[in-house]
Design a protein around this ligand. Structure first.
Ligand code: SF4
Length: 459
């Protein structure tokens, strides 16, 4: 891979913020909106005034905690608890709909439902099917109907049953699935309290692969990992002809430190070993004809995501890559994040639901209050920043006009931003010297490139 070296990897591949939305939650301008009913109504109406909407549903339950995990999860499979949570989700949607002004409700299209987790497949196929039916009905009552391209995505744990869940959800629209594998080496996964049998996981992938678009996540940086073992596991995953593979670097999170210390060997591998694993895996995926969408994200050229990349409609959100360009995302569930499409709504917001499970349930079921805790109304500079980040994450190019918008607002000349990145081969100018192109090497370092194009006042 031209220009790829361990020194470049260790220089650039540093932990940093997420760039799927901007600004980060710590910089939001409405730090507490719990009692601000009017602001909540404004946010809800801005979300429901968009012509295209999607729904993100956070299902936090997991059978046990994998000690590396940074998601908002709750260890439980208790069916009574699961049922109560589904009723809270349904109530949350009702609370939104009660606040929606009638003029907001012209005909709109529903682009997607995304079940994220946690482990959504701890719910039964029937529970997920009935809940989906309910959501579609409530939306249809308000003139929001599935678009032609409507799609359901299920995040799932391949250690549990999943095929029936997919068959059930596909009754409502095209369904795709994203599974966490992390690593196929049991010494690595046992150490993070994740007990799994590689042969079972590979069999599950093969079974699902026949009918559904399947993406798998692997994590590098965990204790006991090394290049040969990781790549050998990756080869086995590739041999299933899986559609998409994402390689995530381990990001230690402070709130998981106690769990990590209480279980397993908490000596994760060093930056050099991480670089070796990433480098070898990226090389293998390229040789196996996977196309690199962005840092660590690979897809087959037959996939919808690749088509979207080619048509320039690929989109990046907190849930990953999507085939449709801009739409508003309505959040349901504990800690869920929503956003208004800043291209089609006058007022654009980012918003987050209550993060503490008990408080979320109390707020929705007992108090019957919209469980928003904080929000951010996007200003012009935020819209420009989000536009730049989307172009970097999905187009490999920042056009002349966007660069000018950025320069106007930040007073930082593009030359100054890109100098070091051009020297290191991550970026180049196009032939007319006006657009900035992300090179093949640069695609491995999109976070760092986003960071270089960060508007200073948002940092
Ligand atoms: S990695 Fe997945 S299964 Fe494990 S705790 Fe996190 S969300 Fe649950």
């Amino acid at each position: 891979m031209s220009g790829f070296s361990k020194s470049i990897f260790t220089k650039y591949s540093r932990p940093g913020g997420r760039y799927s939305f901007s600004p980060a939650t710590k910089s939001w301008n409405c730090a507490d909106i719990r009692a601000k009913i009017e602001t909540q109504k404004q946010i809800i109406n801005s979300m429901f005034s968009a012509t295209k909407v999607g729904i993100y549903i956070h299902l936090p339950f997991c059978p046990r905690l994998c000690t590396f995990c940074g998601c908002n999860i709750r260890v439980s499979q208790n069916n009574e608890e699961l049922k109560l949570y589904l009723s809270a989700l349904s109530k949350q949607l009702d609370l939104y709909l009660n606040h929606v002004n009638s003029q907001t409700l012209e005909q709109k299209s529903l682009e997607c439902i995304y079940f994220g987790g946690g482990t959504p497949n701890v719910f039964s196929p029937e529970q997920l099917g009935q809940f989906t039916q309910q959501v579609l009905q409530k939306m249809a009552d308000k003139n929001i109907s599935p678009s032609q391209d409507f799609e359901i995505t299920l995040e799932a744990d391949p250690r549990l049953d999943v095929k029936d869940h997919l068959d059930q959800l596909s009754l409502f629209g095209k369904t795709k699935i994203s599974i966490g594998i992390q690593d196929l080496n049991t010494k690595v996964t046992n150490n993070i309290n994740r007990i799994q049998r590689p042969e079972h996981i590979l069999k599950t992938i093969e079974e699902i692969n026949k009918n559904y678009e399947l993406h798998a996540d692997l994590v590098y940086g965990l204790a006991h990992q090394d290049k040969d073992s990781f790549v050998s596991g990756l080869k086995e995953v590739i041999s299933t002809k899986i559609c998409g593979i994402s390689l995530y670097p381990l990001v230690p999170v402070p709130w998981q430190q106690k769990a990590q210390k209480a279980f397993g060997e908490n000596s994760n591998i060093d930056a050099e070993k991480k670089a070796e694993i990433y480098f070898a895996s990226a090389e293998l995926l390229k040789n196996e004809s996977y196309f690199q969408l962005g840092f660590g994200h690979y897809t087959k050229k037959e996939s919808k995501l690749f088509q979207s990349f080619s048509n320039q409609t690929l989109f990046r959100s907190p849930m990953g890559y999507h085939k449709s360009l801009h739409y508003t995302l309505i959040p349901l569930g504990v800690s869920s994040i929503g956003k208004t499409d800043y291209k089609s709504s006058e007022q654009s917001w980012l918003v987050q639901s209550e993060k503490v499970y008990e408080k979320y349930m109390h707020s929705v079921l007992a108090l019957e209050e919209v469980p928003f805790i904080r929000a951010h109304e996007l200003e012009i500079r935020d819209k420009i920043q989000n536009e730049v980040n989307i172009l970097i994450s999905t187009r490999n190019e920042i056009d002349k006009q966007t660069l000018k918008n950025l320069e106007d607002i930040d007073q930082t000349p593009t030359d100054q931003r890109v100098k070091g990145l051009i020297i290191d081969g991550l970026l180049s100018f196009d032939t007319t010297n006006s657009s900035v192109i992300i090179t093949e090497l640069g695609r491995h370092f999109l976070k760092d490139i986003c960071h270089s194009f960060q508007i200073q006042s948002i940092l």
